[in-house]
Design a binder for this molecule. Structure first.
Ligand SMILES: [Zn+2]
Ligand SMILES: [Zn+2]
Ligand SMILES: [Zn+2]
Length: 138
């Protein structure tokens, strides 16, 4: 994403374009895949742990990013589509993790996934697929 696009995105989510927010979104959008917390940390020259954590949470709350929590408790973050809003994330899709390189990708689905969870108090759903990514398979 260009700096102008990032600023526009922040504006639509009622967030001020602070230096850290701009840098973070620039980094995350440059990966073109889900990025682990570790990768984000490694991409920053200097940062404050608490501020970083808080900023990522704000992005999740405002429908800019979605958080992917996998079995090994590694947190990954991926950009939301434009359909996500402050009030509602529309990004209920399956995530794919490669068994070899551990890369995580968002899998787009043609239809929204609808599960019968009406009797349960579900606040988060995570469906993951695993196998080998294209690079590791070749
Ligand atoms: Zn979302
Ligand atoms: Zn792989
Ligand atoms: Zn995703």
């Amino acid at each position: 994403m260009t700096k102008a696009n990032i600023k526009k995105l922040l504006r639509t989510r009622n967030l001020k374009a602070t230096e850290l927010r701009l840098v973070l979104l620039k980094i995350i959008s440059s990966f073109n895949k889900a990025v682990s917390y570790q990768e984000i940390q490694n991409s920053l020259i200097k940062f404050d742990r608490v501020t970083l954590y808080r900023t990522l949470n704000t992005f999740v709350e405002r429908g800019i990013l979605h958080k992917i929590i996998l079995e090994d408790h590694q947190n990954f973050y991926a950009l939301c589509s434009m359909e996500c809003t402050v009030d509602k994330h529309q990004c209920q899709h399956i995530h794919f993790q490669c068994n070899q390189c551990k890369e995580v990708l968002c899998l787009e689905s043609r239809e929204p996934i609808e599960l019968d969870i009406s009797n349960h108090f579900v606040d988060d759903i995570e469906i993951t697929a695993s196998g080998l990514c294209q690079d590791c398979h070749n």
